[in-house]
Design a binder for this molecule. Structure first.
Ligand code: COA
Length: 199
């Protein structure tokens, strides 16, 4: 770990612990993350690895991927995050979605997902997916549960080499996007595979 970042992580933890009562009164803001947010992203993700069944992230990776993250902030504190990862030309994935425990249940996660959907649509992706142990959460936000193999871009990128492939307990959820300007989500359609047809 880069030394300056290594010292920033504990500092960010201290800052988080010390979040004062007034900070709760600060308005919630949603913005793109920058490299300086990497220690806060690291702290949020690492603190929720088990509960969220999240993929561990290194600080170096978070510095490199910070611009793909959307964060929710109250004053200087980063209270939630989520990453928009391109999986190919047409599909993007939501990764590392976390809301600080003290902020849960008040729609922060929903606002983050809505912003990630808006960005995915604006960037021209046709579908947005997530691989999750909490499919009900995403279904509530408009996603549909699909077989993992319906997202071959993810399977080829990450799952194929994973020892837990098909046994990981994760559900694939997908939201079909329409280009910006056409608001209504198109219904998810089954892929055009006919039973008994030669493949
Ligand atoms: C899952 C998580 C992101 C939800 O964040 P949140 O800010 O509490 O969620 P919201 O308040 O925006 O909830 C949005 C809706 O989902 C519902 N919801 C919240 N948690 C849910 C869950 N675990 N399962 C199903 N629905 C859930 C809410 O009731 C709400 O529905 P409503 O708008 O109809 O009332 C948060 O609990 C978290 O960070 N968990 C730990 C990490 C994790 O599990 N990440 C997800 C990995 S895919």
């Amino acid at each position: 770990m880069n030394t300056s970042l290594a010292t920033q992580v504990p500092r960010a933890e201290e800052a988080q612990k010390g979040r004062c009562a007034e900070e709760k009164d600060e308005p919630l803001a949603i913005r793109s993350a920058g490299c300086d947010d990497a220690p806060a992203l690291y702290r949020l993700i690492t603190a929720n690895l088990q509960e969220g069944h999240l993929l561990p992230r290194t600080i170096e990776e978070l510095v490199a991927h910070a611009p793909r993250f959307v964060v929710a902030t109250r004053g200087p504190a980063v209270v939630a995050c989520g990453e928009l990862t391109p999986l190919g030309g047409t599909v993007a994935e939501i990764r590392s979605l976390v809301v600080d425990r003290r902020e849960r249940g008040s729609g922060v996660g929903r606002q983050l997902v809505e912003e990630l959907v808006r960005r995915a649509r604006a960037e021209g992706f046709a579908r947005l997916c997530a691989f999750t142990h909490r499919p009900a959460y995403f279904v509530r936000l408009g996603f549909s549960i699909v077989p993992q193999l319906w997202v071959p871009e993810k399977v080829c990128t990450d799952c194929w080499t994973c020892p837990l492939f098909r046994h990981c307990g994760q559900n694939a959820v997908v939201l079909r996007l329409e280009p910006a300007g056409r608001r209504r989500e198109a219904p998810l359609r089954r892929p055009a595979i006919r039973l008994g047809a030669a493949v």
